[in-house]
Design a protein around this ligand. Sequence first.
Ligand code: 9WN
Length: 722
Amino acid sequence: MSDSVRKYVKKAQAVLNKNWSGSYTIPASSLYPHQWNWDSGFIAIGYSHYDTRKAINELTHLFHAQWKNGMLPQIVFNKSSLGKYFPEPDFWRTDLSPNAPDNCLTSGITMPPIHAVAVLKIYENAQRKEDVKDFLKWIYPRLLSYHRYLYGERNMDGDGLIYIRHPWESGMDNSPSWDRVLDKIDITTVTIPQYERKDTQSSVSADMRPTKKYYDYFVYLLEIFKKCSYDEREIAKECPFLIGGPLFNAILCASNEALIKIGDILHEPVEEIQEWYTLTSGAIRTKLYNDNHGIFDAYDIRAGSLLEIETSAGFIPLFGGAASSKQAGRIYQYLNSKSFCALHQGNCFTFPSYDTQKEDFKRENYWRGPVWININWMLMQGLRRYGFKQRADSIARDILELPMRFGFYEYYDSFDGRAYGSKDFSWTASLFIDTAYENYLKAGKGGADKVRTVLSKENILNEESEPSGISGIRISQEMLQAVRILQAKYYTEQGTVDYESIKLSDKYSDYKKIAASLRDFDLSLLYGEQDKLAFWINLYNTIVVDGIIEYKVTESVKEVAGFFSKIQYNIGGQGFSPDDIEHGILRKNRLKPNRLWRQFGLNNPKKKFMLKHFDPRIHFALVCGSRSCAPIKYYTPENIDDELETATKNFLNSSEVIFIPAENRILLSQIFKWYKKDFGGRSGALKLLQKYILDDDKKEFIGKTRNNIRIDYLYYDWNLNK
Ligand code: 9WN
C-alpha cells in the first residue's frame, strides 16, 4: 500500500469537504455554485469508499429535485447562492411546466444518467449492506422513473437511441460535435434576450470557455423550451438540436446494467430494464458506429445523419458494453494512434477530448482538446471490460498522476498535463479516490489475502500426463511451441490470461503431454544463453499459469500458500519450482526478498543451470499471475533481447511508475523495492528510468533532480491477471 497515494486520497477528500454544502457537493466554487446532475453521480462514487452516508445524501438531495415526469434536472439551485451563475431560475422559468418539482428550483434539462452506476457502487462498497438497503428501496423506483422518462419522452423512433435536446445535456457542452448542428441554426431573425454570463467573469480564463456565438445558441434553445412550456412533444417538434449521442447512450447502458443488479438485490422484476439495455446497446452498435474512421459518432436526428466528429465520446460505448468485439478492436486501434495519444507516445497524457491531429484541436479550451478525468475513468473501465488491460492501466496512471502533479483541476493539457479550468474540482477528486482504491488501496479485494490451500510438500505438476514421445532437444523446442500456441489463443493482447478457457482446451492437454516429456529432458542440451533465457522465462510464466489452473485459483495466487516454492516441474529427474527458476537460475542465486538463505545451497546440483549473466530486465518479463506483474508474453530465443527491451519500456511507462515533480517524488512498483540491488540500488533504478521513460519532461526531471528525488512504492496488486 502506498503512503503517497494515501496522502493524495486525503487531499482529494479535503477538496470534497471544501465543496460540501451540508447536503450535497458543488462541482467547484469558482464556476459552479449549485448541485449538478452527473457531477453528483461521480462524486457519490468517491464518497462510497469512505463515507456511505455522504454518498447517500448526495444522491438523495439530487433525486428530491426530480421532475414529476421523471426527468432528473441538470442543476438543482441553491437559493442562497443565486446570482453567481448563468442561467439561473429566473431565466429558466421552469414554473411554466406542470412537471417541475414543487419545492426546488431547477433547470429544465437533464444530463447523462450515471446515477444507477453510482448507487450500485454505494451498495457494493458499503461496509454494512443493511445500512444501504433502505436507501436502495427509496431510490430504485426513482431511478426507474428517470429511465422510463428517457425511454418514454426521448426515444424518437422507439429504437432506444435516447436524444438530448441541448448541448448542456451532453455533459460535453462545448464539444466540436455540436458545432455543425448549432451553426445551421439561423438566429439572425430571432431576438435573443439580454443575458449576462458569469463564467467569463470568474477566475477561469474566458479563452477556456465557450464563445459568445455558442452561448447565444445555448440561450436560443432555452427560449424554445420556455415557448413550449417544457412539453417534450412540443419541443421535439420545434427544437433544431435533437441528438442521439454515444456518451449519453453508453452511460445509460451502464446504468441499465447497474439497475438490473439493484433490482435483483431488491428481488424486483427486471425484464423492462433488460429490454432497455438490449434496445439501446443495439442502437449504439447499429446506428452510431462509423466504420470509416472506426469510432462511434453522434446521430443528428433532425438531419437523419451521423455527425462525423472524432471526440472522446466515441469511445465510451466500451463503458456500457455496447460495442461488438469487432467494433471494440477497431476503436482500440484508433484510440491507440497519435490522434488520442498512442500508448507510450511521447508527452501525451491520455485521453484527449478531441482528436489531437485535427486543425481545430485546442489545448486549453474545454471539451475541445484537454483531458477530463471523468471521461478517462469511464474509458478505463470500458477498456478493462474488453480486455485491454495495459491501456486501461496507463489511463489509471494518468487519472492518478495528473492530479498528483498539477492539483485537482477541472481538466488538463494533453501534452504537458498543465491544469486548466476550475481549481479544486469535485469529480476529479472523487474519481481519483475511486481509482486509487480500486487500483492501489483495496488490498485483498476479492480474497487476494485469503489462504485456501497450504502446500506443505513439493507438488510436481508434470507427473500425471503421458509424455508426448519426443526426445532430445526437440522437447524444449516443442515445449516452446506449445507455450506459443497457448499464448496465441489464451493470453490476450494486453497480457492477461483467459484461465477459464485454457483449462477446457485441447491445447492445454497437448501442452501437458509435452510438459510431461520434460521429465526426460537433458537440460545440458540447452546451449546458448539466449536459448536458456527464453526457455526459463517462458517456463516460469507457464508453470505459474499451470499452477493457477491446477489449484483452481480464482482470485489470487495468495490463496495457495507455498505456490512459488512448492509447485514444480520435473525436468530431467530434478524438481524446479518458480522460485528455483527465478531466484536460482535467472537471478543467479541472489537472495529472494525477505529471506536470509539462497535458493540453491552449497551443493545443490541445480546450481550448474544458473545463467552466465544476470539481466535485470527479466523482472519485466516474469509474470507471477497477478495484476501488478508485467503483461504476459511469449519470448523467442532469436529475439529475446529486443523483446526484453520492449517489455522493460512497456512496464516503465505503465501505471507502475508515477511522477510527481512538484514534490521531487517518483512512485515505483514494489518490484523496485524488492529487487533494489538487482537494479543497482537507487541510482541504478533512476538510470534505468532515464533510459526507458519516453516522456521527455520526465527524463529531464530525473536528469536535473536526480539527487533530490524521493522514491516511494506503490501497492502491489496480487489479484489474478485474468
Ligand atoms: C453547464 C459542472 C458542469 C459539468 C459539465 C461541464 C460544465 C456547465 C457550464 O460544468 O457545464 O452544465 O456552465 O459550462 O461541461 O459537464 O457537469 O461541473
